[in-house]
Design a protein around this ligand. Structure first.
Ligand code: GMT
Length: 379
């Protein structure tokens, strides 16, 4: 198949899923065309069967804001026409799905089928704002196929947007060959020279991730268990967290590592992954941790309970219940037999349920299904 993929190129779950999906499909022989305003993260270097098309956004003194939506639509039209795309896969609905719709209108019956994947905040947060809601609902309805990354997100979409649409749940996936525990003894020695336990959190430090909760949970854990905390990523809440770490006198034990591309060595040097989010449609970073045999402590929101089996691969607690999350963490860190069983069960769940091969098969089958169906009639 010839597949166009439009996505955000930045550090973030939807861009990672789009890039890894494109790479895996290219390996299977499909011709993949990425369309974005910058080279998507994780697409570095030459990869056979993958071409990147950059959306150029021209400026003009009259424009107070960059006009990305029409520029993306124009680029989709150009690529679809000359590369004869079968499918255009829009990742994260705003604005990719509406640009795809515009392109489809321009191309008419010669255009590709549009598949939109809903990732999370496009549905649960941003899309609900009155300034986007009607466009979101419309672009979901006008897609030829729609997927959501969890059952939770599918239900939220149906109830919040009142769309009458078949939504296929296709979860996030992980390359379990790449994301496997490696010997990270040296890194661990540098981080925790006295054999302290290592807790880790990876995110974009947006409010929705509740990173200050991570720091507070760690503070409670450290009272009982000698421990270090790795904070990986960057974003709006980083300064707040740095301030909190100073206030709680934790500067010796908390390491802010900023954005990191190579997560496997860091996860392999860690004992527990913390993800106390306010909202999380799937939790790709938690899956990557499980694949590296790191048990997860999470909030009981969104798709996290679909991923983490409470009492088997990790623990889940109410949003903001930092005492309970700390209690679970201490319990796991102090009970070796239980810890070993959770670590192994997490790895097994990642391999059995979310390995890349299995989920890429589902996307391929879904594309075939959408291609064989009658198109959604353009208005
Ligand atoms: O908020 C983020 O972490 C980024 C966001 C995105 O779309 O870039 O991530 C969402 O998509 C990921 C991939 O499908 C999911 O694993 C994350 O759970 C989801 N984030 C939220 O729902 C907050």
């Amino acid at each position: 198949m010839k597949i166009g993929i439009s996505c955000y190129p930045t550090y973030g779950g939807s861009g990672v899923v789009a890039a890894e999906l494109g790479k895996a499909l290219a390996e299977r022989g499909h011709k993949i065309h990425f369309i974005s305003y910058a080279m998507p993260i994780r697409l570095d270097g030459f990869i056979g069967n993958i071409v990147y098309h950059e959306v150029e956004i021209s400026t003009y003194p009259l424009f107070d804001f960059p006009l990305y939506t029409p520029a993306l639509a124009s680029k989709i039209v150009e690529v679809a026409k000359f590369e004869h795309l079968d499918i255009l896969h829009a990742h994260y609905a705003i604005p990719h799905a509406i640009s795809a719709y515009l392109a489809k209108q321009i191309l008419g019956s010669a255009g590709p089928k549009i598949v939109t994947t809903l990732h999370g905040t496009d549905i649960t947060l941003v899309g609900l704002e009155p300034s986007y809601l009607p466009v979101m609902k419309f672009s979901i309805e006008q897609s030829d196929g729609v997927t959501a990354v969890s059952r939770f997100l599918k239900e939220k979409t149906l109830t919040n947007y009142h769309v009458n649409k078949d939504i296929q749940v296709i979860p996030n996936f992980v390359d379990t060959e790449k994301y496997r525990r490696v010997d990270a003894g040296k890194i661990r020695k540098g981080i925790a020279p006295r054999g302290e336990k290592v807790l880790i959190h990876v995110s974009n430090f947006r409010a929705v991730k509740r990173v200050p909760d991570v720091v507070r949970i760690f503070e409670l854990v450290r009272r009982k268990v000698p421990a270090k905390l790795l904070l990986v990523g960057d974003g709006p809440d980083r300064s707040t967290c740095e301030g909190l770490v100073r206030e709680l006198d934790l500067t010796q034990d908390v390491l802010f590592l900023g954005k990191q591309v190579e997560l496997v060595p860091l996860l392999s040097a860690s004992d527990l992954f913390l993800i106390p989010s306010q909202s999380e449609s799937f939790g790709l970073s938690a899956l990557e941790a499980m694949s590296c045999e790191v048990p997860v402590i999470a909030s009981s929101v969104g798709g996290l309970p679909e991923l983490i089996l409470h009492g088997e691969t990790g623990y889940i607690a109410e949003i903001g219940d930092i005492e309970r999350m700390a209690k679970y963490a201490i319990d796991l860190l102090m009970n070796e037999t239980k810890y070993t069983s959770f670590a192994a069960a997490g790895r097994k769940r990642a391999v059995d349920e979310f390995r890349a091969q299995k989920i890429i098969d589902q996307y391929e089958q879904y594309y075939q299904q959408v291609l064989s169906e009658k198109p959604v009639l353009a208005l």
